[in-house]
Design a protein around this ligand. Structure first.
Ligand code: PLP
Ligand code: COI
Length: 341
């Protein structure tokens, strides 16, 4: 398969245009067939509900090339279901699971030169997007929707890659609250988070660790990823919260952690527990597992990693997840969705 001329091993999490994107339109209660579009721009009514009232949801998933040249996408059914739950929350038309999966398959095939080669450490990131496109002035749901899917080859989200990052516990600013939209993947959550990320980056940290909005006591998640900790007595602990995104990576890691002999606990996690952890990490499609070097909470900093030596279990989990995604290890859970190129 001919590959695009890119510096695959040095890709970052940045947008690289590819051959085509896909558009599906929802009109009069029906989804259209796929429209294959070459240019990477769209045209919208100036009163479109996505622009004014944030009727917007998105997803993120990755396609990987295996050693034998075959290609698979990691758990796309889960992303399809999560997009449906986001659509429901914002009262948008729901792209059916079959349509979502067929779009994922098509977008990979149409852009196959952009699937990073096995061994490069990169992946083809797939970004499905759902927006309300009717021009309506009042605060109302759109009648018509655009479900758009594009792909872009990417490297690690944190430019450090597997290098550990420093988190800062933010107490004042929130991205989401219970009853709000933190548990779905909608653009407004990210808009609300930008100032927080900027604040902590300006202070010299890599990312924020949010606390819950009600008690200001329990860990929610990091900016673009869920959070987990590993204790000396072999527990994998990850927050349960109404205001965090149910991460597909975290869901997978909980299974793998169990297989590695860790006791998995998903429960409200008081922030004070950071002082009892042996390892900590952020996890997500873009972040994969990004080990946490330190967390600063009020005037205290707890450091888990000296130098760049990643914790034993974080590394094992990372290696295991990557081995499955890259087809190096048997996919015993049926997580890889094979794309026939
Ligand atoms: N939390 C937030 C806020 C995210 O944006 C993401 C990324 O999708 C995640 C968690 C991780 O979710 P997943 O593992 O499904 O990519
Ligand atoms: C992902 O991990 O897919 C994300 O969407 C996180 C971030 C890029 C918003």
């Amino acid at each position: 398969m001919g590959k695009a001329n890119l510096d695959w091993s040095n890709l970052t999490f940045a947008y690289t245009p590819t051959n085509y994107h896909l558009e599906y339109y929802y009109k009069n209660g029906q989804w259209s067939e796929a429209k294959i579009v070459e240019q990477d721009t769209i045209s919208l009514p100036i009163a479109a509900t996505c622009l004014h009232y944030g009727q917007e949801a998105f997803e993120g998933l990755k396609a990987f090339e295996h050693k034998d040249g075959s290609v698979s996408v990691f758990r796309p059914e889960e992303n399809a279901r999560r997009m449906i739950s986001s659509a429901r929350r914002l009262l948008m038309a729901e792209p059916p699971e079959e349509l979502f999966l067929s779009a994922v398959e098509k977008i990979v095939k149409l852009n196959k030169e952009f699937i990073p080669p096995y061994g490069s450490g990169a992946a083809l990131y797939i970004r499905p997007l759902l927006i309300g496109i009717s021009g309506i002035l009042g605060v109302k749901r759109s009648e018509e929707y655009l479900f758009l899917v594009f792909a872009s080859p990417v490297g690690p989200y944190f430019k450090e890659g597997l290098k550990p990052i420093n988190l800062y516990v933010e107490e004042k600013l929130k991205r989401a609250a219970p009853g709000g939209t933190g548990n779905v993947k909608v653009g407004g959550n990210y808009a609300a988070s930008l100032i927080v990320s900027k604040k902590v980056k300006d202070m010299g940290y890599n990312e924020v660790l949010y606390l819950d909005a009600v008690h200001n006591k329990y860990i929610d998640e990091s900016g673009p990823a869920n959070f987990f900790g590993i204790t000396e007595d072999k527990k994998y602990i990850t927050p349960e919260s109404e205001s965090i995104l149910p991460s597909i990576t975290n869901k997978s890691l909980m299974v793998l952690a169990g297989e590695l002999g860790l006791n998995v606990e998903q429960r409200p996690m008081p922030v004070d527990e950071i002082f009892n952890l042996k390892e900590a990490g952020c996890c997500g499609t873009a972040a994969v597992i990004t080990p946490v070097k330190s967390i600063t909470y009020r005037d205290k900093t707890v450091t888990y990693i000296e130098g760049d030596q990643i914790g034993e279990y974080s590394l094992q989990l990372y290696n295991k997840l990557r081995a499955i995604q890259l087809g190096e290890e048997a996919d015993t859970h049926g997580w890889n969705y094979k794309i026939e190129l």
